[in-house]
Write a new protein. Sequence first.
Length: 95
Amino acid sequence: MSHDPSRPAAAENSYVAALHAKVPLTIYDPSPKVLSSALTKLDSLLGKDVAKNRISQADSEAARERVKGVNGDGTSGEVIKGVDLVIEVRLPAIA
């Protein structure tokens, strides 16, 4: 399966969870490039909404503080201890 880092689906899911549901979350990805891309996309989404006056700068910063990026697959026992929900984002291979 191929993952297209230009379409970081984790960013969109994280945006909703962090901004609207106001829950802390961690994005795990074994690829540093994909993880960086997802966090950059999240920052872009939040920035665009601030620029369009859809959300305040304070709300954007609070949402971003709820999101942590970790390089890895999230399977380490200590990493997922106490987690209430795991969402796996898998993009289909595009031929």
